[in-house]
Write a protein that binds this ligand. Structure first.
Ligand code: PAF
Length: 284
């Protein structure tokens, strides 16, 4: 069963009647296989899954793509219905707020800011972005009250910020990160890929290919960190790169010996489209 609500009051009413635990997948819509993989995973764990579709104005800067961000509710609902068929006894509640005021009623004054983790990489390039993300996710958690919430690891820093928020605020839920879903040629799926023209779509492969090359230098017994750093330095000479960094996979600090989990995170920019990707590695 798929139920669609456009008002927060309806979602709160629906939620208060749930007898079983609830999973949650927050999205901004324009769904692709990455989002559907989150929905499938959520349905494996909870018979009821809430799925939000909301282009959150608070996480876009003044010159960013809030207005042109693709809003494709009917197509999104068709895709959700195809997944629902795979889980015939499930209930999916789609929360597609009719307006930002449904999420942030007039006079809403809360802001959630996860300091530290939010300030680097995407945070440094997009001031206020993570405050907008944490604020909306907190608000959605408050409405949906999930047992577990699922996020794609393509936005790895976002996942870390939300996980930290849940920890700091002792939120009674589990935050789960799910593997990146890639196109046949390795490009990480993203709603923003559709901004690319044919030529840029080919150029975009530089991102995943470079990450792979750095990972290869670190793989196996040799674990050639100097070689990896050299590839990164050479790569960054190309101005299309916003950043490419090897960081601790939990704290995003530069000290790679901290936890043994290392993240390679990069942003490659084609005109105004910033493409994000990352790879996680266990250092031996
Ligand atoms: O990753 C996204 O789509 C958004 O940042 C999220 C988590 C739904 C918050 O608006």
């Amino acid at each position: 069963m798929v139920i669609v609500h456009t008002s927060t009051a309806e979602v709160i009413r629906e939620r208060s009647g749930e007898k079983s635990t609830v999973g949650f997948v927050p999205t901004m819509g324009n769904l692709h296989q990455g989002h559907l993989s989150l929905l499938r995973e959520a349905l494996k764990h909870d018979p009821v899954v809430y799925f939000s579709i909301f282009v959150n104005p608070k996480q876009f800067g003044p010159s960013e793509d809030f207005n042109k961000y693709p809003r494709t509710l009917e197509d999104d609902l068709s895709l959700i219905r195809t997944v629902e068929k795979e889980f015939p006894s499930s209930k999916i509640v789609v929360y597609a707020p009719a307006s930002p005021e449904e999420v942030y009623p007039p006079g809403y004054n809360q802001r959630v800011d996860v300091t530290g983790l939010s300030e680097r990489l995407e945070g440094a390039n997009r001031p206020g972005h993570f405050e907008g993300v944490a604020t909306v996710v907190y608000r959605l958690f408050e409405i949906v009250k999930p047992r577990e919430a699922f996020f794609g690891l393509k936005d790895y820093q976002q996942y870390l910020v939300i996980r930290q928020m849940a920890l700091d605020l002792s939120l009674p839920l589990k935050v789960t990160g799910m593997p990146i879903i890639r196109d046949h040629d390795g490009l990480a799926l993203s709603s923003r890929n559709q901004y690319l023209n044919a030529e840029e779509r080919v150029e975009a492969l530089t991102l995943s290919r470079t990450l792979k090359k750095v990972k290869e230098a670190l793989d196996g017994k040799k674990m050639n960190l100097p070689l990896a750093q050299k590839i990164i330095q050479e790569t960054l000479k190309d101005p299309r790169w916003n950043y490419l960094e090897l960081l601790d996979g939990h704290s995003l600090s530069r000290d790679l010996s901290e936890s043994g989990l290392v993240s390679l995170l990069g942003v490659f920019q084609l005109r105004t489209t910033r493409l994000l990707d990352n790879i996680q590695m266990e250092l031996k």
